[in-house]
Write a protein that binds this ligand. Sequence first.
Ligand SMILES: [Cu+2]
Length: 125
Amino acid sequence: MARWWPTWSRLGWVMAAAGVFLLLGGCADQRSNAVAPAGTQRVEVHYSAGEVQGGVQRVRVQRGGVVELVVSSDVADEVHLHTYDRKVDVPAGGSATLNFTADQSGVFEAELESRGVQLVQFEVR
Ligand SMILES: [Cu+2]
């Protein structure tokens, strides 16, 4: 993001913001046409230099909601969501996306499996 920041003019940002505003408004009016399922909660976690950037967060999720967990990492590992037991490989320097429907209540953690490093916690209720 920082890389292409200088290429945007101030006007460009204003127009982009207006576009996002219009898109969000459109989604609210036409949920069935939205690209992402209604209620999808996108959670991004960035792991680099041996730690989760910004610290490990606990994210509240409404039960029944759909979560899109996007993990970027500077090391190759496997992202594992406990209890739901969902797994996805993340390549070094890349990212991986794990989608799940939060149909079980409680607190669940996602970790980098081989390192045993906690990435994020989901509090579903
Ligand atoms: Cu695990």
